[in-house]
Ligand binder design. Sequence first.
Ligand SMILES: CC(C)(COP(=O)(O)OP(=O)(O)OC[C@H]1O[C@@H](n2cnc3c(N)ncnc32)[C@H](O)[C@@H]1OP(=O)(O)O)[C@@H](O)C(=O)NCCC(=O)NCCS
Length: 181
Amino acid sequence: MQPKQVIEVYKAKDGRDVIIRVPDLGDAEGLMNYINELVDEDAPILTNERQTYASEIRYVADEVQKILEGRLIALVAIAGNKIVAHAEIRRGSGRASHVGTLGIGVLKEFRNLGLGQELIRLLIELARSQGYKLIKLEVYAGNAPAIHIYKKLGFVQTGFVPKMGSFREGYEDALIMCMAL
Ligand SMILES: CC(C)(COP(=O)(O)OP(=O)(O)OC[C@H]1O[C@@H](n2cnc3c(N)ncnc32)[C@H](O)[C@@H]1OP(=O)(O)O)[C@@H](O)C(=O)NCCC(=O)NCCS
């Protein structure tokens, strides 16, 4: 087994130590538990489907392969032995290979401790060093904490997609936000 690629140990606002590192093939179960916790919460992310261990093994294998090929920057945050956050920038292809698409999730018990902003700050730094020129993302219009941190870190709204996501309450619009590097 390869040694873990630790990026930093982040001191959360409540004093807890959170290890931020690159995901590896041993993370399938942790990532499955992480994504299923977000799905059960009905969090404002793209997916609303629970994952199985088998699907998560495929997902992690694909992530590791793409990281090796320079097509993905991914980070997981670990507190205790639990994955409490995941964040990534996915490289576009062809004429958009200088463009990265950002995605992030932090489990509820670890929100508002600065972790989301720290993960995005690290991703931006890594993206710059890997030659990305633009980061884009989509966020549901009602996701106030996410929009707050994206704006704070320098993203600007460049677009709007009506009724982009379906939630229990109905459809929700999405904003497109970008940051030039
Ligand atoms: C969005 C998300 C990643 C933020 O992560 P986090 O670790 O809580 O972020 P941080 O602790 O770094 O920062 C939270 C900020 O939101 C602010 N905030 C919290 N609730 C807020 C609200 N209702 N409206 C506006 N801002 C709010 C906090 O004050 C803090 O800002 P500050 O540092 O300027 O005070 C996290 O809420 C999350 O994972 N949500 C569910 C999944 C999701 O929405 N993913 C993004 C999809 S685009």
